[in-house]
Write a protein that binds this ligand. Structure first.
Ligand code: GLN
Length: 203
């Protein structure tokens, strides 16, 4: 079989905002594929879990028989970018979740759904992200708050002292929507994780 050199990034497209992630990745020259089935998951090298409603996405993951296959891929080290609801779905502990809501537990964080307060449904901020030369404009929509961070997690950005961008190995999460500000640096950062992984595999 020929060795594929250009990775395909999957966009979990059961519910929520995956389209603009696709556009950001396309601007970076990366091929994407919407993932709604296990067969589609099998074709991708990495996965974006977008914003939306984590309770609904959790239900749809089970209804579409995708929860366990994604869980397996993540255990094998598949890189993943989770934004907002996607952060919740990748976290090890969800506070104020629905009792039947599931998460993959691939980044050691306790996150509180809608934790920035009911009155402040959405807001925007310029963030200093570790390694970025200029601040990143970030859009927060009913965003989760990170309340606890495990020892293996790197915090890459904070707002008022609260972590809003975190990484653990190949898993990168943001409590905001990086795809909404027309800035591709966060996706680029995700791809570096991915490249590191690819060269590791090649070695
Ligand atoms: N509040 C949503 C949830 O709990 C997340 C919001 C978002 O993804 N913009 O899943």
């Amino acid at each position: 079989m020929p060795v594929t050199t250009s990775p395909i990034v999957g966009l979990l497209a059961l519910q929520g905002a995956s389209e603009l992630h696709g556009r950001s990745l396309a601007r970076l020259g990366v091929q994407t594929l919407e993932v709604r089935t296990e067969a589609e998951l099998d074709r991708v090298d990495a996965l974006v879990i977008p914003g939306g409603e984590s309770t609904t996405i959790s239900k749809l993951l089970e209804a579409n028989h995708l929860f366990d296959p994604i869980d397996r891929r993540l255990t094998e080290g598949m890189p993943a970018l989770g934004t907002c609801a996607g952060m919740i779905l990748l976290a090890s502990r969800v506070l104020d979740g629905r009792p039947d809501q599931r998460s993959f537990g691939r980044i050691d964080l306790a996150v509180r759904r809608n934790g920035f307060g009911r009155q402040i449904d959405s807001f925007e901020a310029d963030l200093d992200v570790e390694g970025f030369e200029h601040p990143l404009h970030a859009v927060f929509i009913r965003a989760p708050v990170v309340e606890e961070v495990g020892p293996e997690v790197e915090v890459l950005a904070r707002i008022d002292g609260r972590p809003v961008c975190c990484r653990q190995g190949p898993v990168l999460v943001t409590s905001f929507h990086p795809e909404l500000a027309g800035d591709t640096r966060l996706h680029e950062l995700f791809l570096t994780t991915f490249d590191a992984d690819a060269s590791h595999r090649a070695g």
